[in-house]
Design a protein around this ligand. Structure first.
Ligand code: COA
Length: 280
């Protein structure tokens, strides 16, 4: 099937030194998420997920916006006019790629340089880590145009923020600056825009040194464990590690050996050299 080049252009990406730099690419529409963008993002995630030259995925935005949320015209109004089937399809397409990203094989980092509104909280939460510019602006703007924060945005508010902060944020329609978003838990860190890409690169490079099977097991465990009782989490984590062993049964043994026998590193201070295990 031939895909319209305009649809392909809604997402930009390049792979460099193990990092996939993916960008929302509708800067003239502030990177709001249209059905076409949602479909193309799924294709891009699909293509990159199991590539051997990709160890970490960074999701950024072209221009002044990370993403201005759902496209009010193409996602909401045009689909509503077509009927319930079209609305449900558009929901499946957007929620689909956010879900794919939440459970992505590789660690993911949101790099938020500008506007981040409403529906954009979906991919923001889907990324494992998030860094933003002090100049970025975060808002649950739904209340300002007359709907409640749907598409997971309310859930994300209560997952990441305190009850009082989430309630205030959702009811008031006031925006947060980057440092405020960091203080309230929406992102890991905020910094001047000029430093953002370098910091994200630094974090990605650290992740690239870690055992990839352990990274996937860990990111899934952090997401799952928050919804489990202690006993269920304990059981899940035993089984998750044993399942991880079936994908990589040498990594952790090499990690122990390099510390205990070879004395070439200290786990408390950094990662073992995984290239040595790979050569065996
Ligand atoms: N849906 C549809 N179109 C959008 C959009 C959205 N979420 N966000 C921006 N656009 C469009 C504008 O309509 C405008 O289109 P036009 O050039 O054809 O007139 C274009 O993108 C540029 O937007 P503009 O508002 O002129 O940019 P700005 O830099 O002055 O303001 C925002 C940026 C993000 C503050 C503003 O665009 C905005 O409030 N967007 C809506 C945010 C929102 O509530 N999102 C939640 C949706 S769930």
């Amino acid at each position: 099937m031939t895909i319209d080049p305009a649809e392909l252009a809604t997402v930009a990406y390049e792979v460099k030194d193990g990092i996939a730099w993916v960008k929302f690419n509708r800067p003239e529409k502030r990177n709001c998420m249209s059905p076409r963008l949602n479909r193309q993002m799924m294709r891009v995630l699909d293509e990159l997920e199991h590539r051997e030259d990709v160890g970490v995925l960074v999701l950024g935005g072209e221009g002044t916006s990370w993403s201005a949320g759902m496209d009010l015209k193409e996602y909401f109004r045009e689909n509503e006019a077509k009927g319930l089937g079209a609305t449900r399809q558009a929901q499946r397409e957007s929620y689909g790629w956010w879900r794919r990203l939440r459970w992505y094989q590789k660690p993911t980092i949101a790099m938020v340089q500008g506007w981040c509104f409403g529906g954009a909280y979906g991919p923001l939460f889907a990324c494992d880590l998030a860094f933003c510019a002090d100049e970025a602006t975060f808002g649950l703007s739904e209340i300002n145009w007359g709907i409640l924060p749907g598409g997971g945005a309310t859930k994300i508010g209560v997952e990441l923020m305190s009850f009082r902060n989430a309630m205030y944020h959702a009811l008031m329609g006031e925006n947060l600056t980057g440092p405020q978003a960091a203080a309230q838990g929406l992102v890991n860190e905020s910094m001047p825009l000029a430093k953002l890409e370098a910091r994200v690169t630094e974090v990605a490079k650290v992740l690239l040194t870690k055992n990839p099977v352990a990274l996937k097991g860990t990111k899934d465990a952090i997401r799952r464990a928050s919804e489990m009782t202690y006993d269920n989490a304990e059981d899940y984590l035993i089984r998750a590690q044993e399942a991880a062993n079936s994908y990589d049964n040498t990594g952790r043994k090499e990690g122990i050996k390099q510390f205990i026998d070879d004395k070439t590193y200290k786990p408390g201070l950094g990662a073992y050299d995984k290239s040595k295990a790979a050569k065996k």
